[in-house]
Design a protein around this ligand. Structure first.
Ligand code: BG6
Length: 469
């Protein structure tokens, strides 16, 4: 379906996410001819006018947007932007949206994008109700959705008082990454892999998302959130569901959501003893961070999907800020052969089991590593690999950034790649033991792979990252 004309009402329009992703993403979509006729009404706490907001958007698009977007397209986009301070109240918001609507053909739909912290969501939902901006509207809610089970339930209730569930789009941008969708294509469009996609052939799975970023520019949000809520409850668990789920009956929202939710129901509650929480050295000195902050900037954990396919196969998850390298990989480690006929010293097993690795970068790389013969005399073995890289194909220019894809999906009302109320509540429920009794924080140096105890978490296995060079 083609999206109808839209007024996008962007809450948190001056925030980090809006500047880094949403404004540059909307610009790119418009320049690529993928957006319907649109106006964007930005709103935030700052007291800006249209021009002030345009200046901010222009700077954001220059800094974070795609350099190839031509000047005319940039100017046309800025011309579509309007601003109203959130504090101006429901009438002012309704009036600004009304004016923007009149500039467009027909009766435009509304897309309310709530790029704001979980604590601020309920007030905005209430504001939308008072401004009577509910009809023909959809609402996109940024993660984290709540901060625990009780707050997620309360938020779902608040939202459902105003919006139908079919109008609600809980966004998790990892679900919109090309490479994440490629997991589904890879698993369910080929006959080769699904037969070995289970406990009989897979030893363990790692979902590893180290980041080199620090949190200086969003310390206030981050210090109230932490790595577990910011990354695991949302992104990593959703990716885990794509790796672990059963084949859906169809590629449609109810079927996919049902299988994802089944994975979440099979996940065992997180055992705090199987979790390492870290904080990078110097974090507490950042402006906006509490001087004795107990917030983790790193988390690694072991979890188990307790069903017939996966019983006994550990899933190791890791993510953190200020780490040595940035990466986003999913690595499937296959079991080693039951018996080796190759002599000791041949090299077999020395470099770990064979792996299938998905790289969630926009470049969507995929590699299969295996043992093969090293050329020359004798029978020495070496780790070889088969690789696929999107940028080496003709597809690269069609790649949509995750937020871009998801905004378009929300505009046509397709909820396949969005999280459901039930799924999210279940994730908070199984996170409760950890949230209630978090293990002590361990410091780690900036530029490292996390606290030293992470080795113990996976032993006798090892972390797949850093890759050997
Ligand atoms: C966001 C988190 O949701 O995802 C950030 O709030 C994190 O802390 C980001 O850096 C990572 O996203 P991506 O697409 O850059 O991997």
């Amino acid at each position: 379906a083609e999206p109808e004309p839209h007024v996008v009402v962007l809450f948190g329009a001056t925030g980090d996410l809006a500047r880094r992703k949403l404004l540059p993403g909307l610009l790119h979509l418009q320049a690529a001819g993928l957006l319907p006729p649109c106006r964007v009404v930005g709103t935030a706490l700052e007291d800006l006018g249209d021009d002030g907001f345009r200046a901010l958007a222009q700077a954001a698009c220059e800094r974070f947007g795609r350099p190839e977007v031509p000047l005319e397209a940039r100017q046309a986009f800025l011309g579509c932007l309007r601003y109203v301070p959130t504090g101006a109240g429901p009438e002012a918001l309704a009036a600004a949206v009304g004016r923007a609507r009149e500039e467009l053909p027909g009766w435009p739909r509304l897309l309310h994008y709530l790029s704001i912290p979980p604590q601020a969501m309920a007030a905005v939902v209430d504001l939308l109700a008072r401004a009577k901006l509910v009809e023909r509207a959809r609402i996109v809610m940024e993660k984290p959705f709540g901060t625990d089970l009780a707050s997620a339930r309360a938020l779902n209730e608040v939202v459902h008082r105003v919006f139908e569930e079919s109008q609600v789009f809980r966004i998790d941008h990892f679900l919109g990454k090309e490479a994440a969708l490629n997991i589904l294509a890879f698993r369910f469009a080929n006959g080769l892999f699904e037969p070995i996609w289970n406990r009989h052939h897979i030893d363990h799975v790692q979902i590893d998302v180290p980041e080199t970023l620090t949190v200086d520019e969003r310390a206030g949000f981050y210090d109230r959130t932490g790595a577990f809520r910011d990354m695991v409850v949302t992104h990593l668990f959703q990716i885990l569901a794509f790796v672990a789920m059963e084949p859906p009956v169809a590629f449609d929202p109810p079927s996919i959501d049902q299988e994802r939710t089944k994975v979440f129901r099979s996940l065992r509650p997180i055992d705090p003893k199987q979790v390492v929480r870290g904080q990078y050295e110097g974090y507490r000195a950042i402006a906006g961070v509490d001087v004795d902050s107990q917030t983790e900037t790193f988390v690694a954990l072991r979890c188990e999907v307790d069903n017939w396919r996966w019983a006994g196969v550990p899933f190791f998850l890791r993510t953190g800020k200020a780490m040595a390298e940035g990466a986003r990989i999913i690595s499937i480690a296959f079991r080693e052969p039951p018996k080796s006929m190759f002599p000791a010293g041949s090299g077999i097993g020395e470099r770990g089991p064979d792996h299938l690795t998905f790289d969630l970068d926009d470049d969507a790389r995929l590699s299969l590593s295996f043992y093969g013969k090293r050329p020359g005399r004798g029978m020495a073995l070496d780790k070889l690999s088969l690789q696929f890289a999107l940028h080496e194909t003709g597809y690269q220019r069609d790649v949509l950034e995750a937020y871009e894809r998801l905004v378009l999906e929300a505009m046509v009302g397709d909820r396949t790649l969005f999280a459901s109320a039930e799924g999210i509540e279940r994730l908070w429920e199984l996170s409760a033991p950890l949230l209630e009794q978090p293990p002590p924080l361990e410091p780690y140096p900036v530029g490292s792979w996390g606290p030293s105890s992470i080795g113990r978490l996976v032993a006798p296995r090892t972390w797949r990252l850093p890759f050997e060079r």
